[in-house]
Design a protein around this ligand. Structure first.
Ligand code: UDX
Length: 462
């Protein structure tokens, strides 16, 4: 079994370190934030991820998983060091802030006293592996110490990160030192996954290309959704029908409010930026981003089409997190939706099963008018006296809502289903004006083409 140091205790670092310990390795997680480490030592996790708390506890008790702020302690006898710190966007254009990675590399270099394999787990611009190599070489406190750098991109989805670690579709390892890459591969052998060994730049590129492709699938189906609405087709059934084709596959063909989170928006931007820096014009990537931006405006457009001017209206928002099973608010569509509604003078009543604290922080940070936002205890409170209910995050618990009761407590029976989560027919039968994404046949009359609704009265009267 190996001795492993993981630098960074965010989603990627904590999940990777914990799962590697669970495979029987001795793992020390290092973070420079003392408070985070103190809490982790007490078993308090900085993030919500199903199963993680239990696995952390089990491995800490077994003496395989440790937390420290000291690089020296973390690197003591380590065979492998994973760098899993964040690389946020520097700007809206897609540049990456590498300062956390650079600091981590410098700190590692100062403590290296034996041959160690350094593994880049964070998503970094193509070529960063060489940057890490240079920084380490320049900062070694013992210049005779040997080391290797291997890129090992993560493909963990929030909410199913443990599962994704345990049964990956593939493990990608890139290095100019193939022997080092093969040594890293031994860590993953118990997972019985295909292992791709390649060069450093190609491994880094595989990560960007994979995420950009998945984002492309989402924007593609969102464009098809727009067309479906105009042509009276149902995008849900279109996706199902397409998905049977093995060359296409059903995954990532759910039309909705577009992709959010910490990876897709940042990675697509970064790839486009890298392409532009290389003198190219990445047209497809730009279209993917533009379509995603358009999806963020759909709810506000629909609300005004159905309700008329939003001033004074109450909009119920179900779900804040960028997707279910996480409390992550990074680039969550809920932020744009709430901002657009409140900017037009509406009040928002919001609820999320897990992301209430992070949601409140994110809305404040993004400059949303908080005096117009009310945080509720549950979905029924959200619906009370609301002029419309907007389903933003498809949390499982919303499946069991009693929509008949919701219908009776709302002021106006309007549901905007941003994830095609509800049964359109059932909601129509209950008397709701239901509006999904790309479901032409079930659109309310106000949304149908060929009518000048802009000048007409609101569809539902107060
Ligand atoms: C993603 C990648 O899946 C993972 O491999 C990578 O390492 C990190 O980024 P994550 O951000 O956790 O993981 O979320 P994911 O489940 O992939 O969903 C991303 C976004 O796409 C979410 O906002 C989700 O709502 C949206 N999405 C997903 C759709 O709009 N439609 C779909 O069909 C699928």
């Amino acid at each position: 079994m190996a001795t492993i140091c993981v630098v960074g205790t965010g989603y990627v670092g904590l999940v990777t370190g914990t799962c590697l310990a669970d495979l029987g390795n001795r793992v020390t997680c290092v973070d420079i934030i003392a408070e985070k480490i103190e809490r982790l030592k007490k078993g308090e996790l900085p993030i919500y991820e199903p199963e993680l708390e239990e696995i952390v506890g089990r491995n800490v008790s077994a003496g395989r998983l440790h937390f420290t702020t000291s690089y020296r302690e973390g690197l003591n006898n380590a065979d492998f060091v994973f760098i899993a710190v964040n690389t946020p966007s520097t700007d809206s254009l897609g540049g990456a802030d590498m300062s956390y990675v650079e600091n981590a590399a410098r700190s590692i270099a100062q403590e290296l006293d034996h041959y160690t394999i350094i593994i880049n787990k964070s998503t970094m611009p193509v070529g960063s592996g060489d940057v890490v190599k240079r920084i380490i070489r320049a900062n070694l406190s013992r210049p005779d110490v040997r080391f290797a750098v291997v890129s090992n991109p993560e493909f963990l989805r929030e909410g199913s990160a443990i599962q994704d670690f345990r049964s990956p579709d593939r493990v990608v390892l890139g290095s100019s030192d193939k022997e080092a890459a093969r040594k890293v591969a031994t860590l993953y052998l118990p997972l019985r996954a295909p292992i791709v060994i390649t060069d450093l730049y190609t491994a880094e590129m595989i990560k960007y290309a994979s995420n950009a492709f998945l984002a492309t699938k989402i924007s593609f189906i969102n464009e098809i959704a727009q067309i479906c609405e105009r042509l009276d087709a149902d995008v849900k059934e279109v996706a199902a029908g397409m998905g049977y084709d093995k060359r296409i596959g059903r995954a990532f063909l759910d039309a909705g409010l577009g992709y959010g989170g910490s990876c897709f928006p940042k990675d697509v931007r970064a790839l486009a930026y890298m392409a532009e820096e290389a003198g190219l014009h990445p047209q497809l990537l730009h279209a993917v981003m533009e379509i995603n931006d358009d999806q963020r405006r759909l709810v506000s457009d629909r609300l005004t089409t159905i309700l008329g001017p939003l001033r004074g209206c109450t909009i119920g928002v179900l779900g804040l997190a960028f997707k279910p099973d996480t409390d992550d608010m990074r680039e969550a569509p809920s932020i744009d939706i709430i901002r657009q509604a409140t900017d037009q003078g509406a009040y928002a009543r919001v609820y999320d099963p897990v992301a209430m604290t992070t949601g409140c922080e994110a809305l404040k940070r993004e400059g949303v008018r908080m005096e117009q936002v009310q945080f509720c205890q549950g979905a029924y409170e959200v619906a009370e006296s609301a002029d419309a209910l907007v389903l933003v995050t498809e949390w499982h618990e919303f499946k069991s809502l009693n929509m008949r009761e919701i219908r009776t407590i709302m002021r106006r029976p309007v549901v905007i289903d941003g994830r095609n989560f509800f049964e359109a027919g059932e909601l129509n039968r209950l008397g709701f004006i239901y509006c999904g994404i790309g479901r032409g046949a079930s659109l309310p009359p106000a949304m149908l083409p060929d009518r000048d609704w802009a000048s007409s009265q609101s569809l539902v009267d107060a």
